[in-house]
Design a protein around this ligand. Sequence first.
Ligand SMILES: NC(=O)c1ccc[n+]([C@@H]2O[C@H](COP(=O)([O-])OP(=O)(O)OC[C@H]3O[C@@H](n4cnc5c(N)ncnc54)[C@H](O)[C@@H]3O)[C@@H](O)[C@H]2O)c1
Length: 238
Amino acid sequence: MTTALITGAAGAIGQAIATALGDAGMRLALADLDPDAAIAGLPAHLRGRAAAHRLDVTDDTSCAAVTAAVDDLSLLVNAAGVMVRRTALQTGVATFQHVLDVNLTGAYRMARAAHPALATNRGSIVSISSTHAFLAARGSFAYGVSKAGVSHLTRLLALEWAADGIRVNAVAPTVVPSAMTADVLADPAYVDRKMAAIPLGAPVAPAHVAAAVAYLASPAAASTTGQILVLDGGESLA
Ligand SMILES: NC(=O)c1ccc[n+]([C@@H]2O[C@H](COP(=O)([O-])OP(=O)(O)OC[C@H]3O[C@@H](n4cnc5c(N)ncnc54)[C@H](O)[C@@H]3O)[C@@H](O)[C@H]2O)c1
């Protein structure tokens, strides 16, 4: 049985991904700033095949230690992330650097740390990008820049690591209900505006993100690398 290492595993999306991959038969390494919440959020029937690790993706030593502690690592899912809802002028350099450090450099740190095991096991990486990577949304400046970076990191790692047998892909959802979006989804004006912009008229379920991750990680996607699978209910069509 091979192991999936999931960062941000205490979040709504990380939990759904862990559940889908566990139900697909993988062992789970759940990594988060809050490992207790990560394990508590996993359905009871999967806890026997899961281990939780405290991880700070902004810390090289933490990324290396967690990656080294995982046996038979064949899938890295980069789902750790932070959102700051500020414009460019409101953000400031320190906050900008922090958001990039978690969302973009964190994915790079984890990919580097996982590379030897993924090359040995002919594994893959799936990162959670966002529609913010390619739609210029007002008011979340650092986040949008960081996710554009995650999408291009995906393409460049796919190109460089194909020869090592490692596939690298990403999923780019529009709004998903989670702690990260609880504030905006509680605002009726935001919800009206956002749902009007999404032709299918609904947020993306965490389980739909998880299903896309499970597909990209599976042998069925053996020909797919460097791709960003957009889950936006058609938002980017118009
Ligand atoms: N919710 C959405 O609408 C949405 C849409 C597109 C993409 N995403 C992305 O999906 C991923 C998961 O988001 P979510 O909605 O589940 O949010 P969430 O806030 O519920 O979960 C994020 C998780 O990341 C962890 N985390 C934050 N900083 C960390 C660090 N330094 N080291 C390790 N873990 C850290 C948090 O502890 C938390 O458990 C993020 O990358 C997010 O940007 C979310």
